[in-house]
Design a protein. Structure first.
Length: 168
């Protein structure tokens, strides 16, 4: 006597499990995040304030002796003794599917422990760099951590916010 379970093709079950695993990997890489929370964090916030909104990051990097371009001096180079980066997304394990894209979100803190920059970028296929989506940044020349940086003409804040809402 042949049972119904034995009639099911094993390749179909394997294929469904593989599709479920890939979907979990792609969409699980941005687990717990939503657009309104991302847009609610503002440069100048403390680490605790950001953590209360976004939760704990997936990864944290601390870079010492951070040099960056700025307009604060004639050399156009500024320095911070330390910069901490919290990473809230991850690259999916299966990145060989050409039409799928995924976002990466970095939250940078200056040496005073204040949110310096929120940056989101979109990648596609095998992790190829595609485009920046959203940027909110403090003016590096303001030691009070209160002034937002002016962006060049062409950067549309509302368009960037709309792109974040489409992804999350």
């Amino acid at each position: 006597m042949i049972r119904d379970r034995d009639r099911r093709p094993k390749w179909l079950i394997t294929a469904l499990l593989l599709v479920a695993l890939i979907a979990w990997d792609w969409y699980g890489s941005r687990f717990r995040l939503n657009a309104e929370d991302i847009l609610a964090i503002k440069p100048g916030m403390t680490m605790n304030e950001v953590r209360s909104i976004l939760g704990d990051p997936l990864d944290e990097e601390v870079r010492r002796g951070y040099d960056f371009c700025c307009r604060c001096n004639p050399e156009k180079i500024c320095w911070q003794p330390e910069r901490t980066t919290w990473i809230y997304t991850r690259k999916p394990l299966f990145r060989v599917i050409p039409f799928l894209t995924f976002p990466m979100l970095w939250v940078h803190f200056n040496s005073r422990g204040h949110l310096d920059e929120v940056y989101m970028k979109k990648y596609f296929a095998m992790g190829l760099d595609w485009r920046g989506i959203y940027l909110s940044k403090l003016d590096p020349c303001d030691p009070t951590d209160r002034t937002l940086q002016e962006f060049p003409p062409g950067y549309d804040v509302e368009k960037a916010r709309t792109l974040v809402r489409e992804i999350f």
